[in-house]
Design a protein around this ligand. Structure first.
Ligand SMILES: Nc1nc2c(ncn2[C@@H]2O[C@H](COP(=O)(O)OP(=O)(O)OP(=O)(O)O)[C@@H](O)[C@H]2O)c(=O)[nH]1
Ligand SMILES: [Mg+2]
Length: 358
């Protein structure tokens, strides 16, 4: 990754955000199932209201539409016209199976990475042509059967039937995407977690960022990024008397940008930039920022946070990267949870961040 040039923290952070965003990779998910199975509802719950309606894309076969989830690097293939029973379903299934097979063979960045096959539990039907389609998909791409509109998670009927077919799928998961008959939605987070677990690394991040419900998946990705950055800080310091504060600041701002992008908050740019401005107020340049961060961490009780001659010891570089990263992950998680629940964000992010670091 080339290092962006700007020497003031805010511009540097903004450049890092753009760079992290473009480094997320690409993911493609196919959501298949008969008409009315609940595909659009599932898509809107998982990726945001209106995605399925507004994302009317180009029909690529008689039975698939392709579109991008706005603001993400996630592509969806949505089936339509897989009608009930008889020739129509069989013919359309053939075309879909051919397209799935073709896409499965593309290079990883363009490939289809996972199939969700939706079966409506309220209709209690799973046709032989659907079984055939699921088998064909599963032999090329990780496939998850989603039992939609599943008001009762313990309802054994269709689940036992589908489970008993011995399909070579990753999982059969009941999901209720919207409240129904007094039952609250559930199962979305499990679907997101299972999906993340079967995606290749290059696609997983793009998916985890685009989905709205499994915030803990985002926490896992973000903690992975923190660990990598902490290790890299140790490597940067190997064989030196200490790490140049300017260099460490760049390293840590890149980490904060990575975390910000992984949580894909809808407010973050403005709010988090104001946090960076708040932290760096009264300092000049990047090295000043690190001095302020070390102060904050010192205040919060992280040991060994000192700086001498613009040099930070290797141990302090690692400890501060880790502590800062973990504090920032918790901050973003809290913002993500509040956003998902429609609760207001803290007005003073810097004060809130200080609290989090403790
Ligand atoms: N309450 C509730 N209704 C659901 C749920 N899933 C689907 N529905 C309803 O079932 C109907 C069909 O859902 P859609 O999401 O439009 O189904 P689809 O698979 O996209 O259908 P096509 O685009 O016609 O192929 C709609 O009236 C939805 O509101 C759910 O989890 N809860
Ligand atoms: Mg639809």
């Amino acid at each position: 990754m080339t290092d962006p040039e700007p020497a003031n923290p805010l511009d540097y952070f903004a450049a890092c955000l753009a760079q992290s965003r473009s480094g997320l990779g690409q993911a493609t998910v196919a959501i298949l199932g008969r008409a009315g199975a609940g595909k659009s509802t599932l898509i809107n719950t998982m990726f945001g209201a209106g995605v399925a309606e507004t994302g009317v894309g180009a029909p690529i076969t008689g039975s698939l539409v392709e579109y991008r989830v706005p603001g993400t690097s996630l592509t969806l293939l949505d089936s339509w016209g897989l009608e009930l029973g008889g020739q129509a379903l069989e013919g359309a299934s053939q075309l879909v199976a051919e397209e799935v097979t073709r896409r499965a063979g593309l290079p990883v960045a363009e490939a289809l990475h996972v199939v969700w096959y939706c079966v409506d539990t309220s209709s209690d039907r799973f046709e032989p042509a659907e079984e055939e389609l699921v088998r064909r998909c599963a032999s090329h791409v990780p496939t998850i059967v989603v039992l939609t509109k599943a008001v009762d998670p313990d309802d054994v009927g269709l689940r036992t039937y589908v489970g008993g077919l011995g399909l070579p799928v990753e999982a059969v998961l009941p999901v209720l995407a919207e409240a129904r008959l007094g039952r609250q939605p559930y199962g979305i987070e499990a679907l997101a977690a299972t999906t993340a677990s079967v995606l290749p690394e290059a696609a997983r991040r793009a998916f985890v960022v685009a989905q709205r419900h499994a915030i803990e998946q985002q926490v896992v990705e973000a903690r992975g990024a923190v660990e990598r950055r902490a290790l890299a800080a140790a490597q940067l310091a190997i064989g030196t008397r200490g790490l140049d504060a300017d260099r460490l600041a760049r390293h840590q701002l890149r980490m904060l940008a990575e975390i910000t992008v992984l949580f894909s908050l809808s407010v973050p740019d403005v709010a988090l930039k104001s946090l960076v401005t708040g932290i760096s107020r009264g300092t000049s340049g990047l090295a000043g920022l690190v001095a302020r961060l070390l102060e904050l961490l010192d205040e919060a009780g992280v040991p060994g946070m000192e700086i001498a001659d613009r040099l930070v010891t290797g141990a302090a570089a690692v400890a501060s990267t880790r502590a800062l990263g973990e504090g920032f992950v918790r901050l973003c998680r809290e913002l993500a949870v509040r956003e998902a629940e429609g609760r207001p964000l803290p007005t003073d992010l810097l004060a809130f961040f200080r609290e989090t670091l403790r």
